[in-house]
Write a protein that binds this ligand. Structure first.
Ligand code: NAD
Length: 398
């Protein structure tokens, strides 16, 4: 047991510690959202495996599956446990809170902390499913990582966020100084494109699904989803047409392959869900995205259509995954949870605001305050209802 007062420590914009109570509140709020929206458990998913389950879209997916369906969940993630005077990572505390709330509500949950890209962690997961949990109905693949070691070859891939084929110049927020600044990114080399596809492409998703199929651990009708992003044209050079976009194209191809494989073998499906831009550790690192998000949040709030991860994952389970619902697809068979972000009136308002933003008016014209707060919330700071002067137990687990 170790009680401490935990104040936010930041290196520039990035928080280097996390507040256990704040993270717990953040998880509680998400659970409350699902319970409010889905008062009685839906049918269609009894057991879910979520890969990348500790933060962002993966955590929200796990919460939506658990409280939306009453599902037993297995979460896989890579997080830091508290050690000595160092707090655990936010995802570690999120998971501790998830387990506590799940236990309270009688929901079974198992978590595995380690490298999801490795064969060891895949084997451990299969073993857990075989010995305790049983086969699964839903597999969510929601990893976001800067690097991956391919266990077959030992090759280490490091992803980059760069345009492809052309230099890209735009405006971004210098988050450390809260000022607008020009950013010029040189095009990625072929090796960098390949490395980014190696990390964020569909190869590891395919390996997970093949391993589960071979082990007979996917139930009849099992479905798997991976997440993608498209966004508006201003971000295309760095996102959709950039290195990360090439990786997402690979995910689209793998989805088609897996869909055919699952249909043949268990009558199941593999789909990509295109989600809305939200503040996460992964998205804040992409140049231009913080500025886009600050403008987008302002516009979507004004129109009363702003959503975070949990609202979208709740829609995913109610509208697309629950028994009796009929998943809606775009022309490429992708689920579009970014429908509100991409509404023409939303995008027109974003495009109109964009050129008017300056360093001086950033905090008035955009919702930069919500972006910054949303980012700190991810680490459990600036969360409503938490007294940051009180000591808290930092050694939590599950
Ligand atoms: P995130 O950083 O919040 O979460 C990443 C998760 O992956 C965490 O649970 C982390 O522990 C886990 N992880 C990372 N490396 C791992 C490893 N080696 N082994 C095991 N677990 C590991 O990210 P996010 O923003 O929620 O992104 C998840 C997915 O959603 C990505 O595919 C991303 O492209 C997509 N997406 C994100 C946005 C957005 O705006 N954030 C929008 C649309 C789609």
């Amino acid at each position: 047991m170790s009680q401490e007062v935990v104040q936010m420590k930041a290196r520039g914009f990035i928080c280097v510690n996390a507040h256990p109570q704040g993270c717990a509140r953040h998880v509680e709020q998400q659970v409350a959202t699902v319970k409010r929206t889905v008062p009685t458990h839906l049918k269609g998913v009894r057991t879910a495996l979520v890969i990348g389950a500790s933060t962002g879209y993966g955590l929200a997916s796990r919460i939506a599956a658990a409280w939306g369906f009453g599902a037993r969940t297995v979460g896989v993630f890579f997080e830091r446990a508290p050690q000595g005077s160092r707090t655990g990572s936010a995802g570690y505390y999120n998971t501790a809170a998830f387990h506590e709330l799940a236990r309270r509500d009688g929901l079974d949950a198992w978590s595995l902390n380690g490298d999801a890209f490795s064969d060891e962690l895949k084997q451990q997961t299969l073993e857990l499913l075989r010995s305790q949990v049983g086969p699964v109905d839903l597999v969510i693949y929601s990893l976001a990582s800067p690097k991956r070691t391919d266990p077959r070859t030992g090759t280490v891939y490091n992803s980059v966020l760069k345009p492809v084929g052309q230099t890209y110049t735009s405006t971004t927020i210098d988050l450390d100084r809260q000022k607008l600044t020009g950013v010029t990114l040189e095009p990625a080399s072929e090796a960098e494109v390949e490395a980014t596809v190696g990390v964020m492409g569909g190869d590891d998703w395919r390996r997970w699904i093949e391993a589960l199929l071979q082990a007979g651990l996917l139930n009849q009708g099992a479905r798997t989803l991976a997440y993608s992003y498209i966004g508006p044209e201003v971000t295309w050079p760095i996102y959709k047409d950039g290195t990360i976009g090439q990786a997402k194209k690979d995910v689209d191809h793998v989805a088609a392959e897996l869909d055919a494989m699952l249909l043949r073998q268990v009558g199941g499906h593999a789909w990509v869900s295109v989600n809305k831009a939200i503040v996460t550790q992964a998205s804040a690192a992409i140049p231009v995205v913080p500025l886009y998000l600050s403008i987008l949040m302002k516009v979507m709030k004004e129109k009363g259509v702003e959503e975070g991860a949990i609202e979208q994952m709740t829609r995913l389970v109610t509208d697309h995954l629950a028994a009796g619902s009929k998943p809606q697809f775009d022309e490429q068979r992708r689920i579009r949870l970014d429908d509100r972000e991409m509404r023409p009136d939303v995008q027109q308002a974003v495009a109109a605001l964009w050129p008017t933003v300056t360093s001086e008016n950033l905090t008035q014209v955009t919702d930069y305050a919500s972006f910054q707060r949303g980012f700190r919330n991810l680490f459990g700071f600036e969360v409503d209802g938490v007294d940051y002067n009180q000591p808290v137990e930092v050694e939590r687990g599950w």
